[in-house]
Structure formats: C-alpha cells, structure tokens
Design a protein around this ligand. Sequence first.
Ligand code: HEM
Length: 528
Amino acid sequence: MQPERDAKQRQLDADRVPLDDRTMTTDQGVPVDHTDDSLRAGTRGPTLMEDFHFREKLTRFDHERIPERVVHARGAGAYGVFQLYEPLGDLTTAAFLNDTSTPTPTFVRFSTVAGSRGSADTVRDVRGFATKFYTPEGNFDLVGNNFPVFFIQDGIKFPDFVHAVKPEPHNEIPQAQSAHDTFWDFIQLQPESLHMVMWLMSDRAIPRSFRMMQGFGVHTFRLVNASGQGTFVKWHWRPVLGTYSLVWEEVLRIQGNDPDYNRRDLWEAIERGAYPEYELCVQLVPESREHDFDFDLLDPTKIIPEEQVPLRPVGRMTLNRNPHNFFAETEQVAFHTANVVPGIDFSNDPLLQARNFSYLDTQLLRLGGPNFPQIPINRPVNEVRNDQRDGFHQHRIHESRTSYAPNSISGNRPAATDGYRHYQERVDGVKIRQRSPSFEDHYSQATLFWNSMADWEKRHIVAAFLFELGHVERPHIKEAMVRHLGRIHPDLAAPVAQGLGLPEPPRTEVHANASPALSMTGQPQSVA
Ligand code: HEM
C-alpha cells in the first residue's frame, strides 16, 4: 500500500523528471536524433568543434562529481514521517512538537564517518544518524550519531581529530578508521576521547542494521516555552526493533561479500514495507538543576545516566519511502546543527558551537555556493521570504524592486509575530582560551561504560583493542594506551597488555562514580 503523500513529497513533485518515451533533447531543448557518433570530417577524420551535442555531453560528464563530504562521506537516506504523541507546550513552542494531528515529513541520512564515499558499510566506526524535520516553521535538523558522546570537548580540535582518524597523508593507508598510529597517537595524547573510544571498541561500532541502531543528538540543547523558560534537553532515537550489532567475524566476511550491506538492508526493508521505526525520546533537565551532576552538561564526552534522568518518549518516526535519485536527494541533502526552529535553542557546549559554524561553511563549498537551500531536498515546506539575492545557481526570480530593509520604495516586510527568538541567557566572563575544570574528568564514564557491559561484551571490547592496537607500529603509543586502559579498569588493561606483549600497568583505584549498577543506554545490546 502506498503511504499518503505528505507536504514534502507534494513539493518535490514539481521537480521530478519521469522516465518516458519522448525524444531526447540537448540541455537547451534542441531535439537530438543521433547520440552514438560524434560529428567528424569524413568517417575517419577529426571530430569537429562545432558538434555542440558532443561537447555538451562530454562536458556534463566531466563535471558530474562534486566534493564528497569531508566526513560522513558514505551514507544512505530515506524519507519518513514523525508522529508526535502529545503536545509539549509546557516545554517548547516548536509547532511540530505541539501538533499531534499532522505528521511532520522527515528525511534521514545514515552514514559512516571516516571512509570515503565508496567505502564499505560495515567497518568499525561511528554511524551518523541525521534527521531533517520539514516543519511548518522551517527545517529542524537533528544531526546525531549512534553514540551518545563524542571524541573531543571543543570543536577547535575537530580538524586535528579528523586528520588523525583519516588515512595517513603520505599513502592514504589505512582505510580502517582506528587501526593505525595516527589515530591512537591522538587518543593517547587526548584522554578526553577515552569514553568515546570505549564505545568505538564495543560492538556498537558495528551495527547490524540502520534499522536496529540508536541515535543521539549528543549535545545538551534547550527547549524554550512561550514564557521564555528554558529546559535542557538531550535527544535520543530508540529503534523499535531493538539495538543489535554484528560480531567482528561477521564484519570481516560481509565486507568482502557485500560492501553495501547496511545500505541494501535499509533499501530492501523499505521496498518490502518493513518500515524502520524509531521512538524519539528526551532527557529533560530544568535550568535550576544545571549544576546538580558530577559532570558538566556542556561536556559532550559525558552522558546523563538514565537512572538520574529517565528517557521520556515523545513521538515516533517511520521511514516509509526510498529516494528516487541518490545524488539529488541523499548526496545533496545538507544537514546543519544550527537549523533550529522557534522553541529549540543551543547550549554553550563548545563542540556544538563549533558545529554551528562548520556545517554551513563546508556546504557552501560542497554544494557550490549560497543557494543550496533551494535544492529540492533542502527546501523547507513553508515559504521562504527574505532579501538575500543573487549568487551562483540562483533559481528564484525575485520580483521586488528593492532588496534592502528598511526601504521606502516597495514597502517593508512586516515583522513576524512568531519569529525565532534566541533564549535570553545571561553571559558573563573574561575572554579566555581555557577549558572549565568541570570538563576535567576523562575516566569515570569510560569506567561506567566498561562496568555496564556483560562478560561477552567485555571480551569483544578486549578483542577489538587487541586488533586495532595490534596494527600500531610505534611501541610508545601502545604503552601509553595500556596505561590509559589501566585507569579505566585493570580487568580491561590486563588482557590487552598481555595480548600486546606489554607489562600490565599498576592497578589504580577505579573511580568512585563508576557504579556498575548504572546502565548506559537503557536498552540491552545483543547480537542477533
Ligand atoms: C557531517 C554528526 C561533530 C563537522 C556530519 C554528519 C553527521 C554528523 C551525522 C553527516 C550529515 C549527513 O548525513 O549529511 C556529528 C556529531 C558530532 C559531530 C554527532 C558531535 C557530537 C562535528 C564537529 C564538526 C563537524 C565538531 C566541526 C567542528 C562536520 C562536517 C560534516 C559533518 C564538516 C560534513 C557536512 C556536509 O558536507 O554536509 N556530522 N558531527 N562535526 N560534520 Fe559532524
């Protein structure tokens, strides 16, 4: 049964080019009757410059590629709808979080991070889980990952981190994210990464299916209600099918047999009507409780344990349509953490602040200039009205004789009564390049993660460390990593040290906060 066409699908209809049996034309609309031979002087002579059809065809081919994403280059997308369970007016004015009668159209792109566009799906890596909500008040992008934390605390480190993760500069080897010296060198010198590295060495880094994968907004964001009151929020996607991983031996086999494994699974499930579903949940923290935790809410290397702040389900997304054209839709989609709607705002997490600069900046290059929001997949479903103008690939014909404000010639646009208002937060401080001491603890939650694992999960983590660190050439990097693991848990460090032929680090006291009773995710992880 075909799902009902939503506002985004109806908008896209105007841009579709159906396959039909009408005759071919050039880009200028000139009919073409022969496309198999170039125009030449005699049957064996040189090709003639005047063959505009030949030149256009070759030129268009020569320019088909655009830069792949600088990270998250490999991905797969799908359309869906988001259905809200109950209005959240006490928390936010966002229209799509208050209207239960009309589902919000969405587009999701799942991705790996380190590999290039043609790399294999099932590598050990973080997975992107980016969602565009086409709301009546504009696009809201929830640009998340399948891990709830990140490698670094400040976005100024992102270029360093990605340079360490990507293949080494001299020979572009290795393609595997973590099996090389530069990655582990960065980690051993940057212990804030250790919590994320524990997730990366766990089976969470080899998801069985995009349909069985959690998503996290990672940062603390803010919801703002009609009285201007803010509430801190962490976003979570929970797959209705449950969270399942591959095991490493499967990964090794699948990469050879079907590098498109996750992409194919998503496509085929949607084609056969087994629509992937995810519940959107929130963890809410009143502003008054901001400092009630033994970590900083602004630190993206920390989770809020669910025992301290439980998850509240607020709605459900169903992915029910495959794209028609990979390039037009999945490749050209542009997500951005700063795409928020009234009632949703940022926190001062320094990683989030950096992302709010970086996505638009890179998309200006990747998608060829400032008019990429006009590309069909990126267009909001509501009308866009402003005085921006010109630029490469301008598709709209603005009829106004003026494009400035205020003006006395063609009238001013009335101010929106429901316009975006930034949360009124008092900000105070001296300009300083220094991290807050509240960001200093890098080990407790790594230990918490280890303690929350079942025995078989712990064995997989040890095996992953042995595989990845086993590829590291420089002994000092391996030794430093084993010392870090010793501070996370001696039961982790000992087998890794032994497997690498290194001395076991001295047993240090495990951090008092790392209670084994606290679960990391609220969902048991299992292999299928
Ligand atoms: C792309 C997530 C941190 C810069 C992406 C994508 C996701 C994502 C899901 C793929 C979007 C798509 O499918 O098109 C995250 C998460 C982060 C994080 C969850 C941390 C919590 C950062 C940071 C920066 C950054 C700190 C830079 C300061 C980028 C860039 C792209 C990207 C430049 C490519 C965007 C494009 O070309 O369209 N990220 N990211 N990310 N991310 Fe991040």
